[in-house]
Write a protein that binds this ligand. Structure first.
Ligand code: ADP
Ligand code: MG
Length: 229
């Protein structure tokens, strides 16, 4: 079954005179891990925003788990996202003044019904990510970058999402830290078996994924526009 189904979508940013995305068709199967590759400006973050439902298409069809996101109200979209989609952002976006536990609980709360096994689930995730359980009580702004990243993965997975989206989470890392991060990310992904879309311009990461989508081959809006790396 396709977990993501895209047909004839267009997205134009406000005040822009040409679309950032124009895709005739794109499908992702449940359980697949997809490397979404494209140069800077090719539309990766825009596409992830549409998949997450933080942006909405201006025409065409975009379905996740057979749900057409545009047919949901903004509130329904927020709850659909909280229940089905985990997101790891480029800048991690932890709430700095909350503890690690507070950050994880917040992600749980948005889904409407916080999980009863929150504590065991968060401890399992921290262990799987090689993080000390004592970190749960630490404020997010006291963590190292490497720890923040792993907490961001835990937060994305705390609700057992069907779909995990990651937007260049390794762009600030050196080669060693990047490989450690990728191995941890893939091992927790394997354990949950969720579908994953990982955006990056870094070809060397391709080896971790089942399939590659070269965005410029799908995105008609960027033909001849994005810089070639
Ligand atoms: P990538 O993530 O691959 O670097 P983006 O999706 O960020 O690409 O950008 C695709 C296009 O959309 C670019 O032309 C970029 O300038 C434009 N764009 C991205 N974000 C915004 C925004 N918030 N407002 C206006 N234009 C944007
Ligand atoms: Mg981007």
């Amino acid at each position: 079954m396709s977990i993501i189904s895209i047909e004839n979508i267009r997205y134009t940013w406000p005040r822009s005179d040409s679309p950032a995305l124009d895709i005739s068709g794109l499908w992702v199967e449940q359980g697949e891990t997809v490397f979404l590759r494209g140069a800077s400006g090719s539309g990766k973050s825009t596409l992830l925003g549409l998949l997450a439902g933080t942006l909405t298409v201006q025409s065409g069809t975009l379905k996740i788990l057979d749900t057409e996101l545009i047919s949901l109200s903004p509130r329904e979209r927020d709850s659909f996202r909280a229940n089905n989609i985990g997101i790891v952002f480029q800048q991690f976006n932890l709430i700095p003044f909350l503890t690690v536990e507070g950050n994880l609980r917040l992600a749980g709360r948005f889904s409407g019904e916080p999980r009863r096994d929150f504590r065991s689930k968060s401890e399992d995730l921290l262990k799987a990510l090689n993080l000390d359980l004592g970190l749960l009580q630490r404020r997010a702004d006291t963590l190292s970058v490497g720890q923040q990243q792993r907490v961001a993965i835990a937060r994305a997975l705390i609700n057992d999402p069907e779909l995990l989206l990651a937007d260049e989470p390794t762009s600030a890392l050196d080669a060693d830290t990047r490989d450690t991060f990728m191995s941890l990310l893939m091992s927790v992904r394997d354990a949950s078996d969720c579908t994953m879309i990982f955006a990056s311009h870094d070809r060397s990461l391709m080896k971790y994924f089942d399939t590659e989508i070269e965005l410029s081959e799908f995105n008609r809006a960027q033909e001849g526009k994005a810089s070639r790396v």
